[in-house]
Design a protein. Structure first.
Length: 201
């Protein structure tokens, strides 16, 4: 099994379940595992470190798993991190509440090893795609800001603003060219527009 380098937070108070989960995950190639044994410790870890996925038991001492999820979402932590909640089938009310609070998925106890690996892999893939989308949006915004700065440096402000309003989907780049006139080469500079993918959407 190829090693996986995603960092997972496992929140589970039962020693046997902890060992079982760690065994299943290590067999699946995960080596970066952090374990919290109660709700308060889970809150502290989630606020102080970055994780790629959280496996959260709902029946925890001190602070319940549902309350952990509620506080983290309210305070802006783990907003982009998939949380998979685990619980006995009899605890469906808390499970549904946790999904309403933003949990990505649900795993019933006792664990099925194949289902555990599949749900975690699916959650990590969704996170990878979300991260990719955010990186693309950030790149588009950076290009747009660069384009606006270029326009203001090259053109009068009134003309630059008029171009931005008329062609909102264009990204402007500096170009330098040279033309020959009677044996004399004259250099010139200006801007040209290129359409930004998705800018007009």
């Amino acid at each position: 099994m190829m090693p996986r380098h995603e960092h997972l937070l496992v929140v589970e108070d039962d020693d046997f379940s902890q060992e079982l989960i760690a065994l299943y995950l290590r067999k699946a190639g995960f080596t970066e595992l952090t374990v919290a044994t109660d709700g308060r410790q889970a809150l502290e870890l989630a606020k102080s470190r970055s994780f790629d996925l959280v496996l959260l038991d709902l029946n925890l001492p001190r602070i319940s798993g549902t309350e952990v999820l509620r506080r983290l979402r309210k305070e802006g932590f783990l907003t982009d991190t998939p949380v998979i909640v685990t619980s006995a089938i009899s605890n469906m009310e808390e499970t549904i509440l946790s999904l309403d609070l933003g949990a990505e998925d649900y795993l019933p106890k006792p664990f099925n090893p194949l289902l555990l690996r599949t749900r975690i892999a699916a959650g990590l893939e969704k996170k990878r795609l979300r991260d990719q989308e955010q990186a693309f949006i950030h790149q588009i915004n950076a290009e747009r800001e660069k384009s606006e700065r270029l326009l203001l440096n090259v053109l009068p402000a009134a003309i630059a603003e008029r171009l931005k309003q008329r062609y909102p989907g264009l990204r402007f780049k500096m170009y330098i060219g040279a033309v020959g006139m009677g044996g004399v080469r004259i250099a010139g500079a200006g801007v040209r527009g290129e359409e930004v993918p998705g800018a007009g959407d």
